[in-house]
Design a protein. Structure first.
Length: 95
């Protein structure tokens, strides 16, 4: 999917249509990977087959959701549109 780098979109801060630059945001590092709740969940997942919860292995989604942020050229604020969408190939063009 080809998307132009600069698009004219509605900026909720300026409250008008302005030119916005697209930024693709990657997922950051997971915080508190060994928090108490996560340790409790991992301990609960050990044991037999599907007891006490079904094991979530091998049920991953085929693609990650794409997180796009639009940065207004006027006020420099970033905003999102929707909750992202799943796509295998994504490319930003200069047009």
């Amino acid at each position: 999917m080809l998307i132009p780098k600069v698009q004219k979109r509605f900026c909720p801060t300026c409250r008008k249509h302005t030119e916005c630059v697209i930024h693709r945001v990657s997922s950051g590092k997971q915080r508190r990977s060994m928090a108490a709740g996560q340790r409790r969940f991992l301990r609960k997942m050990t044991g037999f087959g599907s007891f006490p919860k079904s094991n979530p292995h091998d049920r991953a989604k085929p693609t990650k959701k794409l997180d796009l942020r639009y940065e207004c050229k006027v006020c420099k604020k970033q905003h999102m549109v929707g909750q992202g969408f799943r796509i295998k190939k994504f490319e930003v063009t200069k047009g």
